[in-house]
Ligand binder design. Structure first.
Ligand code: FMN
Length: 434
């Protein structure tokens, strides 16, 4: 299958592009072509034409979001580039920062110019020290070249770009929690409506929030046109995506592939198939927050709509693969603990939902559960799904619910055998290895 790199174009294997190399490959051309020349509405049209959808999890139309930013809400003051990346099994933004930091920076500058923002933040967890070093170096170099600053490109446009090193918490990646932490408060999501960042964002002012990978697509779209981009990948999910492939495959890694690539191709051809001669048992195609798939689903094209149509989702394209030795109850418990720890605790359905799901899974895994515990677990899903300020509690439900549906016999065997009936795996499960 022909692979058309967009984000990693020209990036040497295992290497990265510094400013000079990036410029040699046409880097910052899109910026030169547009700052002070193209009308913002023209740029938004191009993004709309491209069909680009957000890479931060929800797949929302970037063109629509930018259109709202230009539209009725009044002038946008801030752009926030979300490189928080806390979803287990997802490491694409960190990979991209190290491989092609200027592509993200150029995307941030283009977004800021387009929506009229004069302050931009790139939000990174404080623990990502290497990524910070690379990004800070690249940002400084771009500033020295005049790509951002008090008089960007000498065209009378002022833009300040800074990196915000935020808390390590998963919840800090939720866009409104991110804004709270930039404002100096604990990362707790705001209620939406009314606090949509595009209306009431940072310090109450209109703010455009996009994921780092989303913004990295923008320079190439501006340079080559939305029409060109819309022809890569799938009609309703155009472009490529950085797939983080982890777990029981022979060659885990981050791979850029056109959207619509079949899951089977990613696992068998790109990832080399299941390691140690074992069989595949389960795949989470978009981090644990997207419903689990099994062997029969492997021909699904990896795109936003195809995965939604079979009851799952692309999310952040963190494809987590598990082999036959995996205990699905133990795995669900591992995920559930992650969400319980990650809940900020401000909404009861989330705090109680994640803790109850975890408690019931502990009972099941430790052999103390009876049938009514399993029934109650299923009831809890319905009680708490969609009831939080943000999607965390629904993610927690999705990560477990699919395992109960597809592997119910395994759950019931835990009740019958009063514990895990599976032999202890030869190697530790790789559920949360990244
Ligand atoms: C609990 C939670 C964690 C999230 N973490 C991230 C994250 O680490 N990075 C990210 O870009 N989006 C994250 N999101 C999604 C953001 O809220 C937001 O939708 C996204 O940054 C928008 O960018 P996009 O339109 O370019 O996808 C998270 C959402 C939730 C509910």
């Amino acid at each position: 299958m022909a692979v058309t790199p967009i984000l990693l174009e020209g990036v040497p294997d295992g290497g990265s592009l510094d400013l000079a190399a990036y410029e040699r490959l046409g880097g910052y051309e899109a910026l030169r072509k547009s700052v002070g020349i193209a009308a913002p509405a023209q740029i938004v049209e191009e993004i709309k034409r491209s069909g680009l959808r957000g890479r931060g999890g929800a797949g929302f139309s970037t063109g629509k979001k930018w259109d709202m930013a230009l539209g009725k809400q009044g002038k946008v003051k801030y752009v926030c580039c979300n490189a928080s990346e806390g979803e287990p099994g997802t490491l694409k933004d960190r990979f991209l920062i190290k491989a092609n930091p200027h592509l993200i920076i150029e995307g941030v500058i283009l977004a800021s110019y387009t929506v009229g923002a004069d302050e931009a933040y790139i939000f990174l967890k404080a623990k990502f020290e290497e990524e910070y070093r690379v990004l800070a170096g690249a940002l400084e170099a771009a500033g020295h070249k005049g790509y951002w600053g008090p008089d960007a490109l000498g065209r009378g446009i002022s833009l300040n770009v800074q990196i915000f090193r935020g808390p390590d918490a998963y919840i800090a990646g939720e866009e409104t929690a991110m804004l709270e932490s930039i404002e100096g408060r604990p990362p707790r999501p705001r209620q939406k409506p009314p606090y949509y960042p595009i209306q009431y964002g940072l310090y109450g002012l209109p703010t455009l929030v996009n994921n780092a990978e989303t913004l990295a697509n923008v320079p190439k779209i501006i340079l080559r046109g939305g029409e060109w981009f819309s022809r890569v990948g799938q009609p309703t999910s155009p472009g490529t995506m950085l797939f983080s492939l982890t777990g029981a495959v022979k060659r885990p890694g981050v791979y850029e592939l056109p959207l619509g690539t079949p899951l089977r191709h990613l696992i068998d051809e790109v990832g080399g198939g299941i390691a140690h001669g074992r069989r595949l048992k389960a795949v989470f195609p978009g981090g644990p927050s997207q419903t689990v798939l099994v062997e029969k689903d492997l021909d699904v094209p990896l795109d936003f709509d195809a995965l939604k149509n079979i009851g799952s989702g692309l999310g952040t394209a963190g494809v987590m693969v598990y082999d036959e030795q995996t205990c699905m109850v133990r795995l669900a418990l591992e995920f559930s603990r992650f969400y319980q720890d990650g809940s900020c605790g401000q909404c009861p359905p989330c705090e109680l939902g994640t803790s109850n799901i975890t408690k019931l899974l502990v009972k099941l895994e430790e052999g103390q559960a009876v049938q009514k515990d399993l029934d109650f677990l299923v009831q809890v899903f319905g009680l708490v799904r969609g009831r939080g300020y943000c999607d965390l509690v629904s993610s927690a439900v999705r990560s477990v619910e699919g395992t109960v549906k597809l592997f119910r016999d395994e759950y019931e065997a835990h009740i019958r055998h009063q514990g895990c009936p599976l032999p202890k795996p030869e190697s530790a499960p790789k559920a949360l290895r990244v």
